[in-house]
Design a protein. Sequence first.
Length: 111
Amino acid sequence: MTFTNPVANELVGVPLNRPLHPTQLYEAFAEFAIFGVVYWRIRKPHDAGAIISLYLMLYSPARFVVEFFRYHEQGNLWGGPLDTSQWISLVLFGLGASYFARAHVAAPVQG
């Protein structure tokens, strides 16, 4: 996808006349799939915090992957091969997984 409207550049800084991946669509598709999983899971018995931790464990990898295709003009705050959003995704996945594991071990769901 190529943006050509100067207003897009003025409002959000999108580069003009440069082919880009449609990362907005990638993330929208991922969010739709995540919604399906979370909606299916929320209707079953679950521990407190299980749904938000499930969301974090599903959204973080999706965002992590999409960031490889996203155009970034700004630099990486921490350097290395990953950008800032990917580091945040890793942290959020870890938090979601640790909370999910701790809640599930502390009070397993019956049924």
